[in-house]
Ligand binder design. Structure first.
Ligand code: FE2
Ligand code: FE2
Length: 139
């Protein structure tokens, strides 16, 4: 796969827009999940317990196609850039975190894991924007 320096500007524009759009959509969905979780859980913890794992699974289903886009289409353009290893490692961490959150039995800990996950996903996406978007800008 050719590097970023030989990529046509229309392709850069397309990748840039997709990255921005997907980060925005994921963050929006996460905020909504968090709002519902905290609201519903405070109203009726017993009922809530039954569907918290669905929340984690929904987050996983949203994240995996995004990670796949980044890992197969975006990161290979930046061979040799140190941020690639870091972002790949974080993708693995998120996947593990979600699996652990699903297995966790303690409800307080599950909620804590959800908050943590949302927080570090947000900073992961911000780091990607900061490192990658300028490299996709037109010259
Ligand atoms: Fe990522
Ligand atoms: Fe991302």
């Amino acid at each position: 796969m050719p590097g970023i320096e030989v990529l046509p500007s229309e392709k850069k524009e397309e990748l840039k827009n997709r990255l921005i759009r997907e980060h925005y959509a994921i963050e929006k969905a996460l905020m909504e999940y968090m709002r519902i979780v905290h609201e519903e859980y405070s109203k009726n913890p017993a009922k809530y317990r039954k569907y918290i794992n669905e929340v984690f699974k929904n987050i996983r289903d949203r994240l995996l196609p995004h990670f796949e886009f980044e890992e197969k289409e975006l990161f290979p353009l930046f061979k040799g850039y140190p941020f690639v290893e870091e972002f790949l490692r974080e993708h693995k961490e998120f996947t593990n975190m979600i699996e652990n959150a699903i297995k966790e039995q303690n409800m307080e800990k599950k909620l804590q894991l959800l908050d943590n996950l949302a927080k570090i996903l947000k900073s992961h996406a911000e780091k990607e924007n900061i490192k990658i978007l300028p490299l996709l800008a037109h010259h």
